[in-house]
Design a protein around this ligand. Sequence first.
Ligand code: G6P
Length: 545
Amino acid sequence: MDHSQAAKVWQDLEAHRQSLGQTTTRDLFAADPDRFARFSFRLDDVLVDLSKNCVSADTLALLLSLARAHNLEMRRDEMLRGDPINTTEGRAVLHTALRAPADADIRVDGKNVVPDVHEELARCYAFADKIRSGVLRGATGDRITDVVNIGIGGSDLGPAMGARALSPYADGPRAHFVSNVDGADMADTLARLDPSRTLFLVSSKTFTTIETMTNAQSARAWIAGSLGETAVGDHFAAISTNIVAVEAFGISKDRMFRFWDWVGGRYSMWSAIGLGLMIAIGPENFAAFLAGGHEMDRHFATTPLEKNIPVLMGLVGIWHRNFLGYAAHAVLPYDQRLGRFPAYLQQLDMESNGKRVHLDGTPVTSDTGPLVWGEPGTNGQHAFYQLIHQGTNVIPADFLIAAEAHEANMGDHHAILVANCLAQTEALMHGRSLDEARAVLAAQDMPEKKVELLAPHKVFPGNRPTTTIAYRKLDPRMLGRLVALYEHKVFTQGVIWGINSFDQWGVELGKELASRLLPVVKGSNVEGLDASTKGLVAHLRSLRV
Ligand SMILES: O=P(O)(O)OC[C@H]1O[C@H](O)[C@H](O)[C@@H](O)[C@@H]1O
């Protein structure tokens, strides 16, 4: 990286922000009739409209210079060719290899990993087919009708989000997901299931995560308790990088599916971790999901930065976070089946870019990843959009909308959904001035005093940034493109911030303390705890029967 060049562009961007002054996106639209064409970008049917963000051509040009000063293209190529860019863990970062075609050549330590990827994928597909067709059955000879993925974080959110997103394509056994160590999660799921027809997938990269191991043991006891110990083998499969621990759990080699340490947990839904999704939607649909991801990879790898969609989304995010000071980012899918997408992105984005030191360990000098959150529209409109429209903080938001619904013959449902999505982005950009609010009220024949009283409440400041992602239909290929789009956006931002987007040391301390506290919660000595924790332990113990 050229530090002095990067620092100079950063200053130029700050000066540019000053020079924009009070300019609003509304002003930018008024000044440029071609703004939509200039600021919207396409990949086949996917259109990403950045025009409702307060960026000018100069802003984008400066942001692109910033990306170049940080050697974004070089860093991208390093990732894609398998360099160990996850420096704190000494690992390559190759989720892109999971969706590469069979003839690709991507090397880790000199060895092409693509044949291994395809071999494992073929094993997963064969297993999925056998469960779906009833060739593989439960211990009693019954067909498997329900598949429960036991995993947490990256070993849960991807397949869980995907199974919901692609439910119109689900023609296999029902998919369930148990993640929380709260026994309620497992108990509520088991209450709906018949052990003789249930398959558990224990998904854990490390196969040591306490939540997953505890849930897996309970599931094992449930099967053994109702069908006998010998039935366990027929009702379990495992997905992990830790073959030794899987064998120790008692899952045989032929029901063990592996992935590799160069796949981060939050980037793993493309691997065998997707097995639950694969069984639900079938190998063909899963292959379309992978192909969609690869399509976005090609776009990211080969499109000039000026038209590179994930890069541009990442850079606009940098503008918001670092130059306009916006601390949050909302993801608002107008697609009910993307209900878990914001939660999925929370892990992808916040676990990747919620960092406070540079790659070399020195403290960051600018803010890093924003708080990411969201809910499907239109529900959010009737709950928290008030704050997005009129609250004191500006929250940039992504709006996701399909042209086509899966439900034919449902009258105006989809048209109303689309109208609401577009109306929100228009309202957020346009706003309503005090004079406009007064005029609206006056037109209602309201006494002047009341107009004056009410008008300030009806002012919308506008100039609230939104990006709209519009696509044909939420099919497997589209989901693949969408997830990969955000992965590369997160990568882009990590490069600009100079952080490691692929480790997650921030989750360790709580884990360590939880294992230290477990015996205390169960009754051992509270000595050595801080006064608050000691008091809470005592209170909880006193309430327990
Ligand atoms: O797949 P596992 O090894 O069970 O890990 C599950 C999850 O837990 C960890 O604490 C990490 O924060 C996540 O990145 C990971 O996805």
